[in-house]
Design a protein around this ligand. Structure first.
Ligand SMILES: NC(=O)c1ccc[n+]([C@@H]2O[C@H](COP(=O)([O-])OP(=O)(O)OC[C@H]3O[C@@H](n4cnc5c(N)ncnc54)[C@H](OP(=O)(O)O)[C@@H]3O)[C@@H](O)[C@H]2O)c1
Length: 377
């Protein structure tokens, strides 16, 4: 079914993040297809969870998760916003259907191994086709990238020390993604432009973060997107990222949950390991979290940038991290309908759309405060 009239496809629209993308697409007056594997769930999700949906120009399409069906769906569309994760597991079919149809690809991943696959396996083909391949347009880690870019406006800084924190509970797919990512892939930081593995047994890190006296507990969180985005950036040689949730008891439980899941599944073949991790994730989280509340769901992105003779620090306080993700996705799609991205092929949100522009978008919807930038101290 060609989608010339509906230029944006939100794949996974029945999910927590997908429906937020639909909410912001409506606010940008962008017609869209709400696609997924179950018409009933898609319909219920739109009608019960997307405020103002009666004024949106959209249609619901059920689609099978294979390249052929997705290719038929994307034909005639301009942009796909993919929220069906874990992306290392489910992403290839969607990316391949985008390439087959000449459609820009965006997703919400934070899985470092999927970013590396996009960069190294698909990036050149997207570039040759003049298409954007932008995985990980999301609060984790675009908001931190904006903070890093504000620091890098000061020349001579080559090292990024990044922290990302948020309040609230992960969604069903986020929980599964965290477990699958921890069990089935490595986590890397960047040292002198090379990937270096984090010690998988190091446990929790204690971080001094701006705005609180208590130390925060953090993990490498799979390595994150920033080392991949900055690996070929001539300004930057070293990137380390640590993050987590503000909730200390939850953070203290994460290493045990992950270690137990890895131990219980480590000898299984990949498909069985994935099925076992899915079952474990469902025990940890099997229901949709409530709509975010800015008094509860806070976000903090902090970047210390340094170089031989210079320093800069940027802090972005925000709220509603899943809404930040929905808005960033919707704005990226809206922008692509009007002008080409700043970079084609594999690119980050800031590389494709500009960090000042994305900051303005998040600020204008009340999701982040004015960044606190300190240079030279
Ligand atoms: N980096 C970030 O800051 C960030 C932010 C938000 C989300 N994310 C990531 O984005 C992904 C989605 O998160 P979410 O919050 O939207 O999760 P969610 O509420 O659990 O939604 C997952 C969506 O994927 C669909 N889905 C799951 N497995 C599928 C399969 N095998 N085939 C087809 N569709 C499938 C679900 O369809 P049904 O409704 O039919 O089950 C649903 O639409 C996760 O991987 C999460 O980690 C990252």
């Amino acid at each position: 079914m060609p989608n010339n009239a509906k230029p944006v496809v939100v794949y996974g629209a029945s999910g927590y993040t997908g429906r937020l993308i639909c909410e912001y697409l409506r606010q940008y007056n962008v017609p869209f297809v709400a696609a997924g594997r179950n018409t009933g769930k898609l319909k219920a999700s739109m009608e019960a969870h997307v405020p103002g949906i009666e004024t949106a120009d959209y249609e619901i399409v059920e689609v099978a998760h294979d390249v052929e069906a997705l290719t038929a769906l994307f034909s005639g569309a301009a942009v796909v916003c993919n929220t069906v994760g874990p992306f290392a597991k489910h992403g290839p079919e969607v990316v391949e259907a985008c390439l087959a149809t000449g459609t820009h690809y965006l997703d919400t991943t934070g899985e470092q191994d999927w970013l590396i696959t996009c960069d190294e396996k698909y990036g050149a083909d997207f570039a040759a086709a003049g298409l954007l391949l932008a995985p990980s347009i999301a609060q984790m880690y675009t908001t931190g990238e904006i903070a890093a870019e504000l620091c890098l406006e000061t020349p001579g800084l080559d090292t990024l020390d990044i922290a990302v924190f948020w309040g609230g509970s992960p969604t069903i797919a986020s929980t599964l993604t965290i477990l699958v990512n921890a069990a089935m892939s490595g986590a890397y930081y960047l040292e002198q432009n090379r990937y270096v593995p984090w010690d998988p047994d190091a446990g929790l890190y204690q971080l001094v973060i701006p705005g609180q006296h208590e130390l925060a507990l953090a993990l490498p969180w799979g390595g994150t997107s920033h080392p991949v985005w900055y690996r070929r950036d001539p300004r930057v040689a070293n990137v380390k990222v640590l993050g987590g949730v503000f909730n200390r008891p939850l953070m203290m439980g994460v290493p045990q949950i992950v270690a137990a899941a890895i131990e219980a599944t480590k000898d299984l073949p990949p498909d069985e390991q994935y099925a076992a991790l899915t079952a474990t994730a469902a025990q940890v989280m099997n229901q949709m979290p409530p709509r975010e509340n800015p008094r509860v769901n806070k976000s903090l992105d902090s970047v210390h940038a340094s170089g031989p003779l210079g320093r800069a620090h940027c802090v972005i306080h925000g709220n509603s991290n899943y809404q930040q993700t929905g808005l960033l996705q919707a704005y990226a799609a809206y922008s692509l309908l009007q002008q080409p991205p700043r970079r084609v092929g594999f690119a980050s949100g800031c590389q494709a759309f500009g960090h000042r522009e994305l900051l303005g978008v998040l600020s204008s919807f009340g999701l982040v405060r004015e960044p606190v930038v300190t240079v030279g101290s």
